[in-house]
Design a protein around this ligand. Structure first.
Ligand SMILES: [Zn+2]
Length: 144
């Protein structure tokens, strides 16, 4: 795992690939070779068609590209959700500095503590982007 590297596959035919889930990937960063040196829009389209999407990662992609769907807008609910967000952000690290923008979708905390999600210490009823973003950053090693 890691952010996409700066290899230019189109410009250097000597770069090798390794197959991951049927996709030719870079052995350096494990991200699809086709996404290297590609525009944000191209990488976002690859991601959108990859099947590796969920409600919270769609919310990030929708916000960042101005295509937010009202039925999304959900913060991650568990580690699997965060992992999908992390894989999206590894593919499009340009969105990392803007991640705090997601906090504007948080509703004010008015509900009582509910079930604690995935040992995160975050209750199901007060889950929010404000609480999940630090976990995404930590689990994704984005600020290490
Ligand atoms: Zn790479």
């Amino acid at each position: 795992m890691g952010k996409i590297c700066d290899r230019n596959y189109a410009g250097n035919s000597m770069y090798t690939m390794k197959m991951i889930d049927g996709v030719g990937c870079c052995p350096n960063c494990n991200k699809p070779a086709i996404c290297h040196n590609a525009s944000v829009e191209s990488r976002a389209l690859f991601w959108a068609l990859s099947g590796d999407t969920g409600n919270s990662s769609r919310t990030i992609a929708g916000h960042m590209t101005g295509n937010l769907v009202e039925s999304d807008m959900m913060p991650p609910g568990d580690r699997d959700d965060r992992s999908r967000c992390i894989r999206l952000l590894e593919l499009i690290p340009e969105w990392l500095p803007r991640l705090d923008e997601m906090k504007k979708y948080d509703a004010p905390d008015t509900k009582p503590e509910g079930v604690v999600i995935n040992n995160s210490g975050i209750g199901a009823y007060d889950n929010s982007w404000s609480k999940q973003i630090p976990l995404i950053a930590k689990e994704g090693n984005f600020y290490a």
